[in-house]
Ligand binder design. Sequence first.
Ligand code: ZN
Length: 1048
Amino acid sequence: MAAEIPLSVTLEELAEAAQRPADSVEQLKVLVSRLHARIKAQDGESRQEVMSLMATPQHQGVEHLVRVLELCRDPLLVAAVCTLLHDFLSPSNKAELRSEVLQECLALNAAEVIFRTLKALAAEGLGAIDVCVHPAYQVLAKLASKDPKLAVRARLVGGVRLTHQLLQAHSKNSVPLLPLLMLSKHLAKNCTNQMVLGKEGCVATLATLLSSVPKTHWAKIKFIMEVLALLTKTKSNVIRLVRESGLQRALAILDSWEKVERRHQVKLLRGVLGTLSHVCDSKHGCKAVVSLNGIEVVQRFIQMCPADKRFDNNLAYATSVFLKCISKGELPVASVKGAFTFQVPNRDASPPPSDLQNDSLGLDVDSSDDEGDYDLEAEDEDSELQKDFTSFTITSEYSPKRIRMEDLLKLRPLFPELNDFQVQTETRFTLSNISSSEGGVRECVSEATAERYLVASDATRSLISFVKVAYPDMVAAQGPAHLEELYEKDRKVCRSKAIATVERVLHPEVYLERVVYDLDYLLETEHSHQQLITPPTSLLRPLSNLDERRVGKKDMAVNHLNFESRFESGNLRRVIQASKTEYDLILNADVNSSHHYQWFYFEVSNMEASTPYVFNIINNEKPNSEFNYGMKPVMFSVQEAMEGRGTWGRTGYDICYHKNHFSRAPKAHDPTRSKRSSANACYYTATFTVVFPHAYDICYMAYHYPYTYSRLKAYLGRQHGKELPSHVFYSNQVLCRTLNGNPVPLLTITSKDDKKDKEVIFFTGRVHPGESNASWVMEGVLDRLMQDSAISRQLLDKYIFKIVPMLNPEGVIHGNHRCGLTDEDLNRRWMEPHPILHPTIYHAKALLEYLQSVAKVKVRVFCDFHGHSCQKNVFMYGCSRVQSWWPGDKQTPDDPDYKLLPRLAQKYMRTFSLLDCHFLIERARETTARVAVWRQFNIPMSYTIEASTCGCDQGPYKNHHLSTKHLLESGEELCEALSYLACSAEVLATQLQADTGRSACRRQCVPRVSVERTPADASQDVIIWSSDLDEEELDSDADFDLDLYGTV
Ligand SMILES: [Zn+2]
């Protein structure tokens, strides 16, 4: 009968009744049931008609229904309306109509309305809403899956508590249990909700449910475990879970996981292992798991885990749980402190630092992450920084301590361009011209190049006695000219490596454990076990290289590979032979530190031909690495070089980066580190296999193309020696000396005219020594500026370039990754650098102050050059007031130019990716060069430029490594981008028009890497070797419709 009444009439009546729902309850029930009858009709057409009419703005059908929910207090009517809405959202309806209804519901905050109504009805007792719980939560679960903010809003209207009460009330009632659990999962994603639910007793409720739900209700068990995996992110909930015996049940499921219904296996296991992983983040939890024989259960799972790709993540989680549980081995070194130290001068020997220097400020302690190098822990740390360091407040005005005018005036000689181009001799950076040629340098190598390097190296001071110069540095080796593809990860290899990690813990006796290189011993005895490297005859000059004499000769004394790293930028602490062809390598910490293991550079020799050697670098600290995303290490072969192919190149296969069983010392001095990340910290292994091109060759391996301090000096010496184009004024002066007495070059490049209106472009680089890519990009910039080209003329005509190419020579010389000689990240010292402890930063900043206060010259661009170890492409960070953490910044609008250079770079740099740029001013970054310079000197165009250590995932080099060629080219193209800065607004507008088009196109075509990589549930220390381990997949509710609606 209902069907005979035209739909439009029903809708009109609905519209009218919805105006006064309280008075029209019975009528509304009739209308809703009429609509329901149509929706449920077999006739698909009639259903689509209802749907399309409901969704049209003219009828506002959905709006009326939500209004009814809001104003009416009749449980039956609420149930009817929710059932109708739920049916609208059923997957059997056309996707676009369904989506329109869904969007409408979200826009009307239908979820909040439902929560409020349920709460009001439940005021008389939970029993009052029995009839509507199921349909209401079906709708809520559906809405929650599309509304990430719902978790917070639900809490604000009391929905979190209500949901838990209903879970308790319906624990025996299987019908509404499933949607209640589904919604609980969404609510538990929010960390405050995790605490609220914990306090309400939700862990106990779920633990009880685990034992009461019938063993075959796998969908429900799966959701229970997923909710627990989220709740146990909060430590107090771990304690509750252990107390409520929830662990036993979880382990029991894992132990008989094969009984789980197939379609639920992967996700259910994910919930169980996620829970165990969180439990094991605490000592208490670990103990509980161990006492319940959890290690054996997990181990059995690892051995039985199906080879199917869908199980990769579960295997990764299981391995992680196993490694967390077992008692961890200490790293096999005498001390995690670096092998040699530096006596840091007393900081009080100089003028007392101001308040801002005070460590209580804490803003500099966050040294584990790059400027923007968001490792998995970084975000956590940042949020903690926001909480903990309330002492750092910019009140009304930012007023850092300024350098005294009399001190500033002393810098005058460093500005020859402002003083008739007179360069005072005593400020000159010189490379004395020793011309004697020492043996060992072959004729085929450009003798001048090698000689220049040896001269530069002679003058480089180091804390330990180096035994040689590295051959590739001596011959100024570069990467290949051709493109090298990124490594395509083999998931089977990663699986076997994960399993091998477990096996190795279980059966240590099968490994050799023979120490074949030991820097500590060598430094102690100060003699080499390889006489070949430093025969007495070579002592005519401080350092040389005799590799060419060694090539092809087998070391008969030993039957293993030989290693060496006592050369500039070298880093290798110890090598332990694990089997005939497998070696464990331990890196040296930064000087005076126990941390920052990442950069490596060493020589390897005495290899056999056609033999695959496995190298495991076992003390990496970062929880993830580009080694998991296509990066290969680089290698240089001396024999190849002697045959005329002297380039670095990417090498290796079976590359993988994963957690291992060595316990990592917490950063004791680092209060920002969350307890969770340090309680059970492990090191990570970077593993790769190499077949060397020749037997008994001398090869060099490195994290990235090395670029030493001596190389920079040799390069600058060459620039000085050669005839520069007539328009170029170039001076190389000593900015200051490092703590160990090495001179720091300051370059001034401009045109030889005396124009008064020139602006300054100020570049700094290599503050982080492990980021050698920064130096290659910088060299590209220098090449272009000193070329005889239109761009050079244009730029030098308009700008004075002040460049400090290497802010941290000591770190570079000693093979550090992050710091200088004082265990401090110098890029966290820009706010108040100490004149003695951070001389390079202090002086670089003083130059900026001189320009502003004394010379009154405008600095148009400031840019600090870095390398990025966790992202692809070349990109920049800038400063936007609107995106600042400090409310005071937002009171002034952004300068129109703050994004200009990245936008130009997007157009002119082939490696550049505008999509990877950001312009946030984070509190934790206040002490970086970019933000400190932006704030103190009011330079809107203040940037950090980052070049990937790996490669590109977009642009013409997509899926390829970056070679030195591309890094140099990036520097040159950056100059091209800079040359447009001086253009008129109109020209710029046309130039950038096309750019907008390109980036818009790319936005659609290229998925963002950072999104792809968000780890599951942001769990910090999951072994991520499966490229599919991402939030999307694990959090998606692909099987949601299936559960709610049955098979569709
Ligand atoms: Zn950096």
